[in-house]
Design a protein. Structure first.
Length: 150
């Protein structure tokens, strides 16, 4: 039985095509610290990505698109998620109850901040929906005032 094959490294163009973004978007995400694959480079100085990088980028794009997040908001959510992952690792190291309490307190702070960002986005969307409803009501009222074209 042979050893498992090494994971194939992907170039930026391949990743961009799979995820549906431009290579420039990927480079920008790297510059802003949202994606860290830039540290892995081939001998020819090409950026190399793993399947985990592709999955992370897909998740970030889906989150950005679903919530209409700015890059700064996306970075904040991603950083909080990474911090929570680090807290989970610390929890698994079998800390004392006192340390676990600090881990839980920090996790609560991180999740609360993420929730604040999502709720702010919800309010923005609800406000916009309210404006559209008012416009629709106004247009329907004008149509009534104009009477039946029949």
């Amino acid at each position: 039985m042979s050893a498992p094959a090494a994971e194939r490294a992907l170039r930026i163009g391949e990743v961009a095509a799979r995820v549906g973004v431009t290579p420039r978007t990927i480079r920008y995400y790297e510059e802003r610290g949202v994606l860290t694959a830039a540290a892995r480079r081939s001998k020819g100085s090409h950026r190399l990505y793993t399947e985990a990088d592709v999955t992370r980028l897909e998740e970030l794009i889906a989150l950005r698109d679903a919530l209409g997040l700015s890059l700064e908001e996306l970075i904040e959510l991603a950083e909080a998620e990474e911090a929570r992952a680090a807290l989970r690792d610390r929890w698994l190291d079998d800390p004392s109850d006192r340390q676990r309490r600090r881990i839980v307190d920090e996790a609560i702070r991180l999740v609360s901040r993420q929730l604040d960002l999502v709720r702010a986005r919800q309010r923005t969307i609800a406000d916009f929906a309210g404006e559209l409803e008012a416009k629709l009501d106004s247009l329907e009222q004008r149509r009534l005032e104009l009477g039946d074209p029949g």
